[in-house]
Design a protein around this ligand. Structure first.
Ligand code: ASP
Length: 432
């Protein structure tokens, strides 16, 4: 994970950026879908349904999703191996390392819980009847498996078998194990470690290559949804976006600020004011990795946080701490479950908190990866990954907002740890 490509948006500087293309595809696709739904002459209805909506739109849209799905197992596996290797390394850093990791994991689990609560308050997926337009068989959340079996199944009898069938929890357990052992072996296993980190880079490149055709995929997916459902699709989509944004705001401006105040007694408003430009940068690039230098610099110059702490905690956070991403995933799980009419049990929700927290470790700090690791969260509770099609079209804007939250979480934790380690200059923080 250490040397991920960071200049993703940089490649898009010439001509229209990818975000703009995706937005345009989204709007034009939705409009075309509505036109096809309401304004097509009866005589052409058969042609529309057979060849356009369930023909071209279906094949291209699903093809795009399959390309993303293709990445899930190798990407999550390599990413987690590298992520846990990075954590394993931190033992040398002792107290600061442990404190930071505990804080990161705690805030992520809290973020998913908030996301699930907000989602169940707003019920974004109710009113969207996906079964009516779904072709492939929908697996339902398996509520009948005994708890004991579910727990035991987390340990893979055969890791390759788990990978072949895409069972995410056992894959995660195995990946974490491999990463920790690699960290333990250090230079003795450096070839294997390098292999995983390079393979991880290959997967990242592939994600970016596939994202290049995202505008076409998004166009077809959204056009098919609206052609089938008409205006009735608008409200659930808006509710989904609203739920994600609300949960993100709660996490960023309430939870983080309370934590900051409780642990440091520093002024949260000052923190927000000084950190806002970094958030803006993360928002516009949708990549945590690219904000690492700016974040460290801002914390140092404007807030008096020593680089001794931030040079370790910020890159680690950009790699393993994605609270914003896990919020999107929590809301998406509820949205997709409701859209497909599947009830989630308390056990399912606990699994979501666990897997979304782990997904946060496995999500790289570059655009759209949260959408790939969402497949793993959906898999863990038996929800159809085709559901990602529903939210893929509108994910770009949410990616930008959640990235800003992701890096704010890292900065808040860094400030708290720095204060406790006497590595924070209060005067600098309070200046200006
Ligand atoms: N874009 C996010 C980040 O860089 C990751 C994601 O949620 O896709 O933090």
């Amino acid at each position: 994970m250490a040397d991920k490509k960071i200049n993703v948006e940089g490649k898009e500087k010439k001509g229209m950026g990818l975000s703009t293309k995706i937005f345009l595809a989204l709007i034009i696709g939705a409009l075309l879908g509505v036109v096809l739904h309401y304004f097509m002459p009866e005589s052409l209805a058969d042609f529309r349904d057979k060849y356009i909506v369930e023909g071209v739109f279906y094949v291209v849209g699903q093809g795009f999703i399959r390309l993303m799905q293709m990445l899930v197992v190798p990407l999550v596996f390599c990413s987690l191996v590298c992520g846990s290797m990075a954590i394993g390394d931190t033992k040398t850093l002792g107290k600061v390392g442990v404190k930071t990791i505990v804080f990161y994991i705690f805030t992520t689990a809290l973020a998913v819980t908030i996301a699930l609560s907000v989602a169940y308050l707003i019920n974004p997926g109710i009113g969207l009847d996906m079964d009516s337009i779904q072709r492939s068989e929908v697996s339902s959340a398996n509520t009948e498996t005994k708890l004991t079996e579910t727990l035991l199944n987390i340990i893979p009898k055969n890791p390759i078998g788990a990978m072949a069938s895409g069972d995410m929890l056992p894959i995660i357990v195995f990946a974490l194990f491999v990463g920790i052992m690699l960290a333990k072996l250090g230079s003795k296993a450096s070839t294997v470690a390098t292999f995983f980190s390079q393979f991880n880079d290959v997967m990242m490149e592939m994600t970016m290559a596939i994202m290049k055709i995202a505008p076409i995929g998004v166009f077809c997916l959204i056009a098919r949804t609206f052609a089938n459902l008409g205006f009735s699709a608008f409200q659930p989509m808006l509710k989904y976006m609203g739920s994600v944004v609300l949960a993100l705001m709660l996490q960023c401006f309430v939870i983080y600020q309370i934590l900051l105040f409780v642990f440091t007694r520093l002024n949260p408003l000052k923190f927000i004011k000084k950190f806002l430009p970094v958030m803006g940068f993360a928002f516009s690039t949708a990549t945590s990795n690219a904000t690492i230098p700016m974040s460290i610099d801002t914390l140092d110059k404007k807030m008096g946080v020593s680089k001794r702490i931030s040079s370790f905690t910020i890159p680690l956070g950009a790699t393993i701490n994605m609270d914003g991403t896990s919020i999107m995933q929590g809301v998406a799980v509820v949205f997709i479950a409701q859209a497909y009419g599947i009830d989630l049990t308390i056990g399912n929700l606990a699994t979501v908190v666990l897997t979304a927290t782990i997904a946060s470790i496995g999500t790289a700090g570059v655009p759209s990866v949260g959408l790939v690791t969402l497949a793993m969260v959906l898999n863990s509770v038996g929800l159809p990954t085709e559901g990602i099609a529903l939210i893929m079209g509108i994910d770009r804007i949410l990616d930008m907002i959640r990235t800003a939250v992701n890096i704010t979480g890292d900065a808040v934790c860094t400030t708290i740890v720095a204060k406790q380690e006497a590595a924070l200059d209060k005067e600098v923080f309070n200046e200006g």
